[in-house]
Design a protein around this ligand. Structure first.
Ligand SMILES: Cc1cc2nc3c(=O)[nH]c(=O)nc-3n(C[C@H](O)[C@H](O)[C@H](O)COP(=O)(O)OP(=O)(O)OC[C@H]3O[C@@H](n4cnc5c(N)ncnc54)[C@H](O)[C@@H]3O)c2cc1C
Length: 375
């Protein structure tokens, strides 16, 4: 079977759907390929664990109304130079342009021992399956990994009345992020009643009579009724024919050396006009990149090229937001309730807003003003 499409979008998450939607706005009918509905990932660790329903970026009716064709399944392989792809139903696709938007892979190698009640919260199926066990009443929940996804999951589960232990080999939650985020997370988790166990490198997870038994490399042990794995995503895809991920893309999210091929979202690293090449695997960057790739394909100038990087996280009821490039700041200081990050030259590179969503615009203004040399 062979099919010809104007644009093939590989991956139906934040970047892929944004690209398809923007192409449809430009009058181009894309083929959006990816398994299942178009899930809005941030809902998984915030609401899906308690409602059992992943939030969707659009339902099937809306997608059809937009004029987006869908392949509900995986792309098996791509020949990017020829802009050809093989779908998992055997269809060979020839495309005028390709947008790679396959995201990160959150499925980790299974831990030795295995446990039938361990779920990957970052996968829609994992969060839904975890909800099935959590909905039956208060449970002992063990969350593995205290990055953003683990911290959010632990706070969500605790707020729903579960007894939660959060494990990480590092000394503080969010320890890989800059100050004051680890202290903010620690305080919020304590308030929520989450027990944080630092120095816990999980070596074995196995089913036992008292529930799931989680053992550390040095022999410490915790048990729980449900284990939520939140050990992060990796740029890795089962899709044959891809260049190494993440892909360093040029203007218009174009993949160098492959005309008509673009990459957007977590699988790509674009160059920002101010901050340079910046890995920023967050929702706003992914959707902005998807739209920018679509604009480039449609020959429309990219309206969002200077868009400030932005991410947010909800630790229970506490909203944390950051604009700019936090990774480029070497020092952080509180200034009138906002945390301002500066580089070695003293220029504001990012502003962190904690529990004050209405001040986001002001935070953006601080980063933009320093960019235009006004502060
Ligand atoms: C649980 C969770 C919570 C998050 N919360 C926040 C938040 O609060 N704030 C924030 O700023 N960011 C958040 N993020 C990050 C944000 O959601 C991501 O940066 C964004 O979803 C990336 O979009 P993407 O399209 O690159 O990847 P994804 O949204 O992950 O989508 C990739 C898609 O590609 C599909 N795919 C993969 N391989 C193939 C293939 N071979 N063929 C077809 N399809 C394929 C996958 O099934 C998936 O649907 C969160 C992420 C997760 C996982």
């Amino acid at each position: 079977v062979a099919a010809q499409v104007d644009v093939l979008v590989v991956g139906n998450g934040g970047a892929g759907f944004a690209a398809a939607q923007q192409l449809a706005r430009h009058g181009v009918r894309p083929l959006l390929a990816g398994p299942g509905p178009v899930v809005d990932r941030p809902t998984l660790t915030k609401t899906t664990l308690t409602t059992g329903r992943p939030g969707l970026l659009a339902d099937a009716g809306k997608i059809a109304e937009l004029g987006i064709a869908v392949h509900d399944g995986l792309v098996r392989s791509v020949d990017l130079a020829g802009r050809r792809a093989l779908l998992d139903d055997g269809t060979a696709v020839e495309a005028g342009a390709v947008v790679l938007a396959c995201g990160l892979d959150y499925e980790q190698p299974r831990l030795p021992g295995d446990c039938t009640r361990m779920f990957t919260v970052a996968s829609p199926a994992g969060a839904v399956a975890a909800h099935r066990l959590l909905s039956a009443g208060p449970r002992r929940v063990v969350v593995v990994g205290a990055g953003l996804l683990g911290v959010e999951s632990a706070a969500t589960a605790a707020a729903a009345g579960h007894e939660v232990v959060l494990l990480d080999p590092l000394p503080r939650p969010l320890d890989r992020l800059h100050d004051p985020l680890p202290a903010v997370a620690a305080a919020e988790l304590e308030r929520a009643g989450v027990a944080f166990r630092p120095g816990f490198a999980v070596a074995l997870v196995e089913d036992g009579p008292a529930g799931c038994k989680v053992t550390s490399a040095d022999g410490a042990m915790v048990t729980g009724d449900v284990v939520l794995r939140a050990t992060g995503g990796r740029a890795r895809s089962g899709l044959a024919g891809l260049p190494p991920l993440p892909i360093a893309v040029g203007p218009g999210l174009a993949v160098p050396g492959l005309p008509g091929v673009h990459a957007a979202g977590d699988c790509a690293v674009p160059a920002h006009p101010r901050f340079g090449r910046l890995s920023h695997p967050h929702w706003d960057s992914a959707t902005g990149a998807g739209r920018a790739a679509a604009d480039a394909i449609a020959g429309v100038p990219d309206a969002g090229a200077e868009r400030l990087p932005y991410w947010w996280s909800d630790i229970g009821k506490l909203r944390v937001q950051e604009v700019g490039a936090g990774s480029l700041a070497v020092e952080w200081a509180q200034h009138d309730g906002l945390w301002v990050g500066r580089d070695a030259a003293g220029t504001v590179t990012a502003v962190l807003v904690i529990g004050a969503p209405r001040r986001l615009r002001e935070a953006r203004g601080l980063v933009t003003a320093s960019w235009s040399g006004r502060s």
